[in-house]
Design a protein around this ligand. Structure first.
Ligand code: BG6
Length: 487
């Protein structure tokens, strides 16, 4: 049954209804690194429901006792959490943990654990299922939820990647829609939970300063850049079947592009916001393989678990275009890859040159021309920089780069900051879908990606610690890949 869409304008921190949260994949990497520490941080910040239980789940072969799950959670929080597992808050959190194994042919231990948790809470708590399981397992878990009746009064968080192409995404949507209607499905993309990504909306739509120039008349090109220094970190199995395009571009970078490129929504509620984001995806021109550089770092094929002849890309740079009135003719350059020189999260809006060049151009160029840009760094914590040229003091007219900077660090009490997963799990408990992806948007992105998926250019090798294959310079010419504080 469709539920009303809450708005995101509440000035005070809202508190979710009482919940039983079930973590499928509770013994996996994501639960250990992000979900268990994130849930505990929410408890620490006083943002969990007044009454809640967290039930860990995994296939019977990985079953834990309640006590073992509590130890697992304590170790995960100690290693990866910002709030340490101690004191009264930890004791209450630990007390709320239990475990119930589930296999399609034997869901009984999970059913018993959920029932026990609900009885302990009393009333009719909501259920939230987080599917932190490999994509191949999504369908069977959703069917289990439908068959056992657990799906009643429940919402479901589904991890990325959501499908691997258009047919698989459609099939997955159909499977999930057979059990949950769209208002109860929360397809998570943790980049949309990052504080400084949400701030793109505030920057654009809470100010009169930027929006009038946020278009093709003033912006010549946009760069969305997420280089990573880390390699595949032992995730060979996942990565071989996924690659950087599906892992990073079709998900995180396209979602960021949606926020950067959208028209002003009429309100900030989920419906209006997601409508505008989907319109951006509708206007995305089908990806042209000629405008894509796929790279693979030298040594990738020697990683344990990687096919010695692997054609999987660990790097992608591409040029995409949006066929709409705001952005026609403005190329968007997207880049992400593993084992690169630096780890960054950047959106750079490059502005057009002034109509008349009154200043000696060579002077500006000698500085590297990194100016005339607005740079959004969406690392945690992020910053926003306006880069421009100024006159150097002295008798000659010499130009120098200058910048105006807003930094999150030091500007606010960061205790209130939530990490992507924390923010999004809280939103899912509150039923706010604004920062989650919708079925039509996801399918449209896969549709636009089809020419590339059918005809990928061969991978080009690059040296670990570099910025990717050399050909990326041609891809972006006459512009340049720029990181404002890197030459
Ligand atoms: C994940 C990808 O979704 O995002 C990883 O699977 C990637 O490959 C990670 O490293 C990056 O996230 P963040 O928040 O560390 O930039």
């Amino acid at each position: 049954m469709a539920q009303p869409t809450p708005t995101r304008t509440a000035p005070s921190d809202p508190r979710p209804d009482d919940h039983v949260i079930v973590l499928f994949g509770a013994t996996g990497d994501l639960a250990r690194r992000k979900l268990l520490p994130g849930l505990f941080h929410l408890a620490h910040a006083g943002l969990m429901p007044e009454h809640y239980r967290v039930v860990g789940s995994a296939p019977g072969a990985h079953a834990l006792s309640d006590e073992e799950f509590r130890t697992h959670a304590r170790e995960a929080v100690a290693e990866f959490g910002r709030s340490k597992p101690q004191g009264e808050v930890w004791e209450a959190f630990e007390e709320a943990l239990s475990f119930g194994a589930a296999d399609p042919e034997d869901p009984q231990p999970l059913l018993a654990a959920v029932q026990k948790a609900e009885q302990a809470l009393g009333g009719r708590p909501r259920r939230l299922f987080h599917l932190a399981v490999p994509p191949v397992a999504f369908s069977s878990v959703v069917q289990l939820l439908g068959d056992t009746g657990l799906a009643q009064n429940a919402r479901v968080i589904v991890e990325k990647p959501f499908g691997t192409d258009l047919p698989s995404a459609r099939a997955l949507n159909a499977t999930i829609h057979a059990v949950f209607d769209e208002s109860r499905i929360f397809r998570i993309d943790h980049f949309l939970g990052k504080e400084s990504v949400d701030n793109i909306l505030a920057l654009r739509f809470a100010n009169g300063l930027f929006e009038p120039i946020w278009n093709r008349d003033h912006i010549s090109h946009v760069q969305i850049d997420v280089p990573e220094q880390i390699s595949i970190e032992g995730r060979a199995r996942f990565f071989e079947g996924t690659g950087t395009f599906r892992d990073m571009i079709a998900t995180h970078l396209f979602q960021i592009m949606g926020f950067v490129a959208m028209e002003p929504p009429t309100t900030l509620d989920a419906h209006a916001l997601r409508d505008e984001k989907e319109k951006v995806f509708q206007s995305l021109r089908p990806l042209d393989p000629a405008h894509v550089v796929r790279g693979q770092y030298a040594g990738y094929r020697d990683e344990p678990g990687v096919d010695p002849h692997s054609d999987t890309e660990t790097f992608v740079a591409l040029r995409v275009e949006l066929d709409n009135w705001r952005w026609a003719g403005v190329p968007f350059f997207l880049r992400s890859g593993k084992s690169l020189a630096q780890g960054r999260h950047m959106v750079t809006l490059g502005f057009r040159e002034p109509a008349l060049r009154m200043f000696p151009v060579d002077v500006a160029q000698s500085t590297g021309l990194r100016s005339n840009a607005l740079v959004i760094d969406f690392d945690d914590p992020g910053s926003i920089k306006a880069r421009f040229l100024t006159k150097e003091p002295g008798p000659a007219m010499r130009l120098e780069d200058a910048e105006m900077v807003f930094r999150y660090a030091g500007s606010y009490n960061e205790e209130h900051a939530l990490e992507g997963y924390e923010r999004l799990i809280l939103d899912a408990m509150l039923g706010d879908q604004s920062l989650f992806t919708r079925s039509d948007g996801i399918e449209r992105l896969w549709e636009a990606a089809t020419p590339l998926l059918k005809n990928p250019p061969p991978v080009e090798l690059y040296a670990p610690g570099s910025w990717g294959p050399d050909r990326i310079q041609q891809l972006i010419a006459p512009y340049r890949w720029s990181l404002p504080d890197h030459h």
